[in-house]
Design a protein around this ligand. Structure first.
Ligand SMILES: [Zn+2]
Ligand SMILES: [Zn+2]
Length: 334
């Protein structure tokens, strides 16, 4: 089969390898669609805890091709997606049901071969049926499941007003999921007018990031927002969340800032305003909710896909996902 590979940082290629055999308990999935995520770009540049050489790809969907011994819930032909995170089930965090905090978390597409290939393996317990959901849409279940996990941490309250910083694929998933969590109003800011237009179509009030941003946000929410979410992963943008959050409000740290980089806040303000700073990492058993949100139409994912290309164009896909001015979600389709 064809498989994209990153052999070492900044070295990408497409190779021919044997189709893997499913071990007992494993499901072999014929990949239909697989999206590129910021994590894949970090793996490409050697900025993430990956095992090289690696076939990345952790947001995917496809059809069951074969199952290993003991697999009972799936059979060849089933349409599925899979949670890429494989916890150890033995460490203390796992024993506390805190699977995303597992001390030896492995992940499809990060520590073992992923879905930028014609076939990928997943443990049966990680596989989810998608019914008649479109394959490209189902490849966005994983990022939406990360948003759902954050929502469980942040606890949007009825009629909250929410500011989402960043209108990329994650910001656009987030704004929709937040609206369906009971928020009265969702404002999204970004520097990219094309992305803002899309965010507006998906139900947000758009605000152009830049010189007039602070005034525009103040006009919309004079005493600040109940929740300010960073979906950019840019430290100075995250820092600006503290300018827009209201007393008793929450700052949701969602975007992945480069490891080790710092953002500043004023502890006195956090103290004086009863602020909460809430992080959310990856997902924690939130695939069923994400599938339901897409199946019901509550969250639209089709408009978020900007580029589709074959996996043979692996390097081009990575370049598009990193730099194309009109990029949203870039997917490999098979
Ligand atoms: Zn991802
Ligand atoms: Zn564990």
């Amino acid at each position: 089969m064809k498989a994209a590979q990153i052999t070492k940082p900044d070295a990408a290629c497409v190779v021919a390898v044997d189709i893997p055999d499913p071990d007992p308990g494993q499901v072999l999935i014929k990949v239909a669609a697989a999206g590129i995520c910021g994590t894949d770009i970090h793996i490409y540049h050697g900025e993430y805890e990956a095992t090289y050489p690696i076939t990345p790809g952790h947001e995917f969907s496809g059809t069951v091709e074969a199952v290993g011994a003991g697999v009972t819930r799936f059979q060849a032909g089933d349409r599925v997606t899979a949670d890429p995170n494989i916890p150890c089930y033995r460490c203390l965090p796992c024993q506390r049901n805190e699977f995303n905090q597992c001390e030896s978390l492995s992940a499809i597409g990060v520590t073992q071969d992923g879905a930028f290939a014609e076939y990928v393996l997943a443990p049966e317990g990680n596989v989810f049926a998608i019914g008649d959901l479109d394959f490209s849409a189902a490849a966005l279940v994983e990022p939406l499941a990360c948003v759902v996990w954050g929502l469980k941490r942040v606890q949007i309250q009825p009629a909250d007003s929410v500011l989402v910083l960043g209108a990329g694929p994650m910001g656009c998933l987030m704004l929709q999921a937040v609206r369906h969590s009971g928020a009265a109003r969702v404002v999204v800011s970004d520097v990219n007018p094309q992305r803002l237009t899309l965010a507006e179509q998906l139900g947000a009030i758009p605000v152009v990031a830049g010189d007039n941003q602070a005034a525009a946000l103040r006009a919309l929410a004079p005493d600040g927002f109940h929740v300010v979410a960073d979906a950019t992963g840019i430290p100075r943008v995250l820092q600006s969340a503290f300018d827009y959050v209201r007393p008793r409000g929450k700052v949701w740290v969602f975007g992945v800032c480069p490891a080790g980089e710092r953002a500043e806040f004023i502890p006195y303000d956090v103290f004086r305003k009863d602020l909460s700073i809430i992080g959310s990492f990856a997902l924690n058993r939130t695939f069923p909710e994400a599938i339901a949100l897409i199946q019901s139409g509550a969250v639209q994912v089709e408009p978020l896909i900007s580029h589709r290309l074959p996996v043979e164009d692996f390097e081009q896909g990575l370049a598009l996902a990193e730099t194309a001015p009109d990029r949203m979600k870039v997917q490999f389709v098979f």
